[in-house]
Design a binder for this molecule. Sequence first.
Ligand SMILES: Nc1ncnc2c1ncn2[C@@H]1O[C@H](COP(=O)(O)OP(=O)(O)OP(=O)(O)O)[C@@H](O)[C@H]1O
Length: 309
Amino acid sequence: MSLEINALNKSFGEKHVLRDVSFQALKGSALGLLGRNGAGKTTTLRIIMDVFPSDSGSVTYEGKPLRTAGVSFGYLPEERGLYPKKKIGVQLTYLAMLRGMDRRAAVAATKKWLEKVELSEYFDKNLETLSKGNQQKVQLASALMNDPEIAILDEPFSGLDPVNAQLLKDIVRDLVKEGKIVLFSSHQMSYVEQFCENIAILHQGEIVLDGNLQQIKRSYPRDRVYIESLEPSEMLTAKVRDFAGSNGLSSAIIDITPRLSGCELKLASPQMRTSLMKTFAESPIQLERYEVLEPTLEEIFVEKAGEDA
Ligand SMILES: Nc1ncnc2c1ncn2[C@@H]1O[C@H](COP(=O)(O)OP(=O)(O)OP(=O)(O)O)[C@@H](O)[C@H]1O
């Protein structure tokens, strides 16, 4: 079961902001919609949420237009929409009732979600008395307290410290486990990498890459190796350079760069990664670690969306 975004186009005046944007968000998984500032992420999410229409294209769930598919949503918009001068408990309860809960269920959901985001003691406080990050967590609670099938979160990590970012990651993981569709926009690759099964990268209004993150990573050549010994990085690098030079490996190892506490080797071909491990095992260089590197999401993102037109 999936949410399908099909060939969306959108212009604001002369500016063509989305060009044939298509991707699919699957049930029971999180999809990270990635892009630089102005790439078109918020515009895409607003069209999905029907804040305004697209010029062409469609958004469907199970093949039906989303509006008529009878599926429930939670939306965390970029411009956060709660009342700063009202009590948190009162406004969350009110919102839950607006979305169809009776008062008793709405109060229970408010309490449950304030506990989940670790803000129970703020039930009777005005929203404006909370820090920016804590206000963000209240907004998140308001988006999710009606137990939506599809959660659409625009930049949910912005303003959260690492502990609260972890809390959000746990919440998203739970939603995924419960079989929900989670779609969120971000330019924070490290968070996306940790729990998104799927990604879609928008660049200047076009999808330049989308699909399963592991499969995308595997499609890159595995031609980089990271090694460590007990010696400092610079010393290991020098030793490996000498070893490669005196053992005819200079054309097989095309680059040797010190990294962290070891060094990274760029190989002439991915096939060499196993034979090289054997070569090291038989050499005087005592390695503590030999790891074939995959590209990070950040590297993939910079490759796909780093260039200006
Ligand atoms: N209502 C609007 N009127 C005119 N231009 C708009 C409007 N909304 C968005 N844009 C333009 O559309 C482009 C895409 O904006 P959008 O907010 O979707 O990007 P984004 O990827 O979410 O960026 P950010 O990461 O900075 O939030 C930008 O150039 C923006 O200026």
